[in-house]
Design a protein around this ligand. Structure first.
Ligand SMILES: C[S@@+](CC[C@H](N)C(=O)[O-])C[C@H]1O[C@@H](n2cnc3c(N)ncnc32)[C@H](O)[C@@H]1O
Length: 394
């Protein structure tokens, strides 16, 4: 399979766009006959992170603010020079002759701090060479894979109904947020909606206790399940467990039919309703009917949970030409914002929703282009009955 065939409804994630279309990255054909590729994403170490807890914002601060003691940061010293002791250098006309010292790259300095957009790179050549040896024995990969590398099997250039088989930039943004807020999620029970390849759930399981990684379609869920298996080297040391489950936003109840793969047991359903602390979803708002289904699901779950729950949704605004508006616009994003405000306006006595925009000033742990169209939202859902019970007991 040398060439990829693009049909009118074929979509290709930017995350995979710069991957060479080469043989050695293709690992197999899936049951639908689609080529499956494997990409490796290196998680950059946080050099300011002594305790394995995220200190992303502090990290940003180092670059943006003067030091508290009134001095300048090392970066500023480097750019501005030691101005007090240096004689100004003038050319023959008396103009100031400025010599630029080569700037040290922040990557060279401490191995991370890649906050601005950089060249998309999912893996490095020496990693790719490892692929040659794993054709027959993929199942051993988690043993040889370094602790900071997540490997994801995915397809490329899928029809719209199979978009979950690719990795989307929103997943990398949400993964970054989780890695920069590890303490927030530590030991938590988390539900991911529309998890696709499972990348974000895997990252979440490096700190959370239980992650229900959900989506629709057996083929996709099997791919996701395989990715969870391939990345046990990341989740096992933290004791996090990822459970791949079917959860369709267009259906009212969870599938508990034991004969079906990826169905829920009664105990898991109870655990979900009793213990979920967070719901996460990456790049799931691209079709208005699906977005409506997603928000109905969020409302139904959050208002049935015993405790309050925080939802994080990442998305990428995609501009399209709209015949209705005769202009370039982002209808899917506008509809998402409409659903957000509807949720916030709900006053049914069961649950209150608060919506906040999350600034994207946290560190970047994965290499991708953090374009301005990326967005992250936080919804806090507080069941009113539990609030009432709490104030009664106080
Ligand atoms: C653009 S993909 C995002 C996948 C992944 N979160 C990521 O960012 O890489 C959208 C995801 O929503 C899922 N999805 C679409 N309709 C759904 C539904 N009715 N119920 C649950 N998931 C659905 C798709 O299967 C797909 O995995």
């Amino acid at each position: 399979m040398d060439q990829m065939t693009f049909k009118h409804d074929t979509v290709l994630s930017d995350v995979h766009m710069h991957r060479p279309n080469t043989h050695h990255l293709m690992t197999r054909l899936n049951s639908a006959g689609q080529p499956v590729f494997r990409s490796r994403f290196r998680i950059l170490a946080d050099s300011h992170d002594d305790s394995d807890s995220g200190t992303g914002s502090a990290n940003e601060e180092k670059h943006k603010s003067p030091r508290k003691d009134g001095g300048t940061s090392p970066e500023q010293d480097e750019e501005g020079g030691n101005q007090g002791n240096v004689e100004p250098c003038l050319d023959e006309d008396g103009d100031l002759d400025v010599t630029h010292r080569p700037r040290k790259s922040s990557v060279d300095e401490d191995g991370r701090d890649l906050v601005c957009p950089i060249i998309l790179q999912q893996s490095v050549p020496d990693l790719d060479q490892d692929e040659d040896s794993d054709d027959d024995d993929n199942d051993d990969d988690e043993e040889t894979c370094s602790k900071d590398i997540i490997q994801i099997e995915h397809t490329m250039a899928t029809p719209l109904e199979d978009v979950g088989k690719q990795v989307w930039r929103g997943a990398l943004l949400l993964a970054d947020f989780i890695l920069s807020e590890k303490d927030t999620f530590r030991g938590a029970t988390v539900l991911e909606l529309g998890a696709g390849t499972g990348l974000t759930s895997i990252i979440m399981a490096t700190t959370a206790k239980t992650v229900y990684c959900t989506d629709v379609g057996e083929d996709l869920l099997r791919l996701c399940h395989r990715n969870i298996f391939l990345n046990q080297h990341m989740t096992d040391p933290a004791g996090g467990e990822v459970k791949v489950k079917q959860l369709n936003w267009l259906q009212h109840s969870l599938c508990t039919d034991a004969d079906l793969e990826f169905s829920w047991t009664e105990a898991e359903v109870a655990d979900l309703y009793d213990n979920t602390n967070f719901i996460i979803a990456a790049d799931v708002c691209y079709d208005n009917d699906l977005t409506d289904g997603l928000f109905r699901t969020l409302y139904r779950l959050c208002s049935s949970f015993i405790h309050s729950c925080t939802v994080f949704i990442s998305l990428e605004k995609r501009m399209n030409f709209s015949l209705r508006h005769m202009d370039i616009c982002c209808e899917a994003y506008n509809h998402f914002k409409h659903c957000l405000s509807q949720l916030q306006d709900i006053e049914d006595g069961r649950c209150r929703f608060k919506v906040e925009h999350v600034p994207l000033n946290f560190s970047q742990f994965l290499l991708y282009e953090r374009i301005e169209q990326l967005d992250l939202w936080k919804i806090t859902a507080s069941p009113l009955e539990s609030e009432q019970t709490q104030s009664d007991s106080d």
